[in-house]
Ligand binder design. Sequence first.
Ligand code: HGY
Ligand code: MN
Ligand code: MN
Length: 405
Amino acid sequence: MQRAEILGGISEDAACLTRRFGTPSMAEANRAVAGWMLQAGMSVRQDNIGNIIGRYEAAQRTDGSTPSTMIIGSHLDTVRDAGKYDGPLGVLVGIACVQALHDSGRRLPFAIEVVGFADEEGLRYGTSYLGSKVFAGCFPSEYGELRDDDDVALASAITAFGGDISACNNDKRSPDDLLGYCEVHIEQGPVLEHENLPVGIVSAISGQTRARLAFMGMSGHAGTVPMSMRHDALCAAAEFVLAVESLAQQTSGLVATVGQLTVQPGAGNVIPGHATLSLDVRHIDNDIRLDMYNRLRKQAEAISERRALTFDWQLMQDNISTPCSPQFAAKLAHAVEAAGYPVRHLASGAGHDGVIMSGLCSFGMLFVRCKGGVSHNPSESVMVEDVAVAIDVMNRFLEDFDAAV
Ligand code: HGY
Ligand code: MN
Ligand code: MN
């Protein structure tokens, strides 16, 4: 918990917790986590995208065979004005599990790698999972041209962070020795608190589709252009935002959000000529999600035509709904029961690196109750007793694999 506080204080913004991919605050967080990994008896390395990876070797083998590896982890980047636990909790629980083995001088018949992924939120470049995509070997080289709000290309950000984008594909983790990937994460929803459960087992991660769009109108003098002659980009954007909300309210299981909106030129006496928006559409059913996404794109087009504007639409990412490994879910359920708690399976509306890791190996997730289900908000909080349960369950989960390997 102290470590979560320390990481919670490592931010690029003095007023709130914001730690974007590839920034000095991410480098500082990686240094802190590397220190804790070393204390837990791990060797530590940082790959070209900036994932920080600790490795705790397996018990010596006399038959010369190569031990498998279990990966435990989560992400160290945050959203803007974030909470302390979304991401870091999973890395810290992984380190705590290894610390327990190290303190007792034990090694399991398989190695454990704890990973702090470099970018799960996608705040800086608009497309998420940059860290796990390199780790899983599905990092598109064209991402190098993506630019952030300061017009810094992703390739340059990687170089500045000490990596080399052209070497990212060498960092693909071979699946040959992998047992799988398991992530501990706050639930970011109200179910566990509502049912008074400390932990839950994730059944699947909801699919999500993200886009970036812009309405281009005509800036002009707020005092002289008659209303009938305006091409106001912000009014078009406002109409679109409410259309997004209305469609999601009418469609069961659909959530859709415009979280970012920038207006140019951004002066009080100038009719906005340009508005850029983000769009985030989610539904556990892939067909429904894509149908709604396409309907919203058509609505943006209709708004633009009716207002005699032009508009631009860029798909930033599309992740299908991803089921967790039934074997991992069963072993996590067994560990939860052995720890003395009721077993509760639940889907995740939030995305996680497991979506990408599922392309590499089996993956499972353990949710931890969080206060009010609040997340992506500085009031995010967990109880130390629930974190202790998560560490206990993860230790049992690992020992269970111990028996199976
Ligand atoms: O947006 C999400 O679902 C996650 O918090 N990155
Ligand atoms: Mn998040
Ligand atoms: Mn997260």
